[in-house]
Design a protein around this ligand. Sequence first.
Ligand SMILES: O=C(O)CCC(=O)C(=O)O
Length: 162
Amino acid sequence: MVRVKPVFGMLGKTMPVPRLECLYGDKGCDYIYSNSVFLKPLTWTDSLTKLRDCITGLTGYKFRIVIGNQYRSGIDSIGWHSDNEPSMGFNPAIASVSLGSCRKFQIKPISGRPTDFWLEHGSLLVMHPGCQSTHLHQLPKTNKVVSTRINLTFRPHTGGGR
Ligand SMILES: O=C(O)CCC(=O)C(=O)O
């Protein structure tokens, strides 16, 4: 996996993203999030293509990009957010595969209480259409000693607006 260490902008400041990221996908399926991090897709590898097609077979959802996140230790994380970037179209289905260390994943209604899931090696979590409009999710930091975890989120890409 090729990894980048992007920075994102908030309140006029730039800060490092607390994880490593990469994007694979169809040609031209560029991805931007938080109005500041720009990812250009690398060409699908054979393994990622097989995994994508297998998840499509299981779920019926089609995907054009996959974002890889590497959490190097418990300090790496992703804060509360929804995956609502316009490039994925309205109400995207997102399939998330976890590899490596088990980490806590939390999901909550926009103004509700979180539910915890422990995402084990080899698990598949599917966020169905609608989820990104009504819920937020995060992978919090942890004080526990954990080694590397890789997360792959398979996503649609419509190229533009809603
Ligand atoms: O690592 C995870 O399980 C969550 C990743 C995530 O929330 C995202 O890529 O938007």
